[in-house]
Design a protein around this ligand. Structure first.
Ligand SMILES: *Cc1c(COP(=O)(O)O)cnc(C)c1O
Length: 426
């Protein structure tokens, strides 16, 4: 029986048996006990599945991963300790030194630094393309050693809606998967696998957790990509010496990618979330559809207010008719985009500062996408490491304000924004 997403958010991943706890238990244990060393040996050889060390598997973490896999419509998922770890693993699982990856240029600042600086130092080359790139422009970015295409479904902070189908078709024509960071819309509003994406990642720190309690990430495998169609992915299609020569695609089929990520990358690099953080994430997931709906409703009202106030040069909220990205949003996230609005305030950087400092409900925070309304000036905070050219490439100007609309009463949020806009123009 296939349930609607609201039901999956409650039921998926954990089904208690007779007399067992209704709520997912926190298995705060590093290790697991076995009756014989033979049984345990089988686990180490991946011959049997079971728990032996929480760095690789933990019942709480696995239940939450299974829930998110179900929400996205994937075959399996792996939790990570942060969204950054999820982005890193999603690429490094299939690309190594000497390889090349194509990424949208309009991505989260942390991901941009990871790709453009840290992963380049590891020998992986990146070409950044516009999320608006045409099929021809995308085709021109591929090289013989390209291993993946990466983009955000709804970019942070530029709020560009990706034409997922065009990116997926280009990736597939060149024999590589499309990896989508689906953090902002969440699977409630957008399910990239339905449009041809192969791997989805999230910073669960944002709406999924939803209450600003736990940093975390997840990688979800659609199971749809055929890794054996060419010789680009030897890590999946040839024997892994660190596991007595098993070949992931032969042994695990549709689960090859996510199994390798767990068995090899997590084993070696080790950024797992604590079971307690996974438990908090699961609590957040239970109410995700309710919260996302309210975030979107409030944000659309606030976006309209700012647009009509005369204090903004431009308001970007792809859920609002007339905004940049509206047409694509109607196709890829028709039920709503996210609670995040960006706008360019009249009066430049000075007005931006006055606006921010006048807010009372909305807090200044390097965060987005939780219950509380918060506000950020990217040019002086999250993106301050970037050069002016890189800022422009990321779609950020110094009058740009990002407002993450929370689930307080919309009248209170609008009143707060109204008085701060007024103060900003004095
Ligand atoms: C926050 C964020 C990340 C990074 O996630 P962390 O959990 O902070 O490590 C990646 N992608 C997007 C779109 C984000 O908003």
């Amino acid at each position: 029986m296939s349930y609607k997403i609201n039901t999956k958010c409650i039921l998926s991943g954990y089904s208690p048996k007779n007399g067992e706890p209704r709520q997912l238990p926190v298995y705060q244990s590093t290790t697991y006990k076995y009756d014989s060393s033979v049984e345990m040996g089988k686990l180490f050889d991946l011959e049997a599945s079971g728990y032996f060390y929480t760095r690789l598997q933990n019942p709480t973490n696995d239940a939450v991963a299974a829930k998110i896999a179900d929400l996205e419509g994937g075959v399996g998922a792996m939790l990570t300790s942060s969204g950054q770890a999820a982005s890193f693993y999603s690429v490094v699982n299939i690309a190594s030194a000497g390889d090349h990856v194509i990424s949208s240029a309009k991505i989260y600042g942390g991901t941009f630094n990871l790709f453009n600086v840290t992963m380049r130092k590891l020998g992986i080359d990146f070409t950044f393309v516009s999320p608006q790139a045409t099929r021809e422009e995308l085709d021109a970015a591929f090289k013989p050693n390209t291993k993946a295409v990466f983009a955000e479904s709804l970019s942070n902070p530029a709020l560009e809606v990706l034409d997922i189908e065009t990116f997926a078709q280009a990736a597939h024509a060149h024999g590589v998967p499309l990896i989508i960071d689906n953090t902002f819309p969440t699977p409630v509003n957008c399910r990239p696998f339905e449009f041809g994406a192969d791997i989805v990642i999230h910073s669960t720190t944002k709406y999924m957790d939803g209450h600003a309690t736990s940093v975390g990430g997840v990688i979800v495998d659609s199971g749809n990509f055929d890794w054996t169609q060419n010789d680009k992915f030897p890590g999946l299609t040839t024997p892994d010496d660190s596991y007595h020569g098993i070949t992931y695609t032969e042994r695990f089929g549709k689960l090859a990618y996510v199994t390798k990520a767990t068995a090899q990358l997590m084993r070696d690099l080790g950024s797992i979330p604590s079971p307690f953080n996974a438990f908090l994430l699961n609590l957040g997931l239970e109410t995700l559809p309710l919260r996302v709906e309210r975030h979107c409703y409030n944000a659309s009202k606030v976006a309209e207010y700012i647009r009509d106030s005369g204090c903004a040069v431009e308001v970007t909220y792809p859920g609002m008719e007339g905004s940049k990205g509206y047409e694509l949003a109607q196709k890829y996230m028709p039920g709503g985009t996210s609670g995040v609005i960006s706008f360019r305030i009249k009066g430049g950087r000075d007005a931006a500062t006055k606006f921010m400092d006048s807010l009372k409900i909305a807090e200044i925070a390097t965060h987005v996408a939780d219950a509380r309304t918060c506000c950020l000036h990217p040019a002086s905070t999250t993106h301050r490491q970037l050069t002016s050219e890189e800022l422009i490439a990321c779609g950020i100007s110094d009058d740009l304000i990002r407002l993450s609309v929370g689930i307080e009463h919309v009248d209170d949020i609008i009143a707060d924004v109204a008085q701060a806009l007024e103060a900003s123009q004095k």
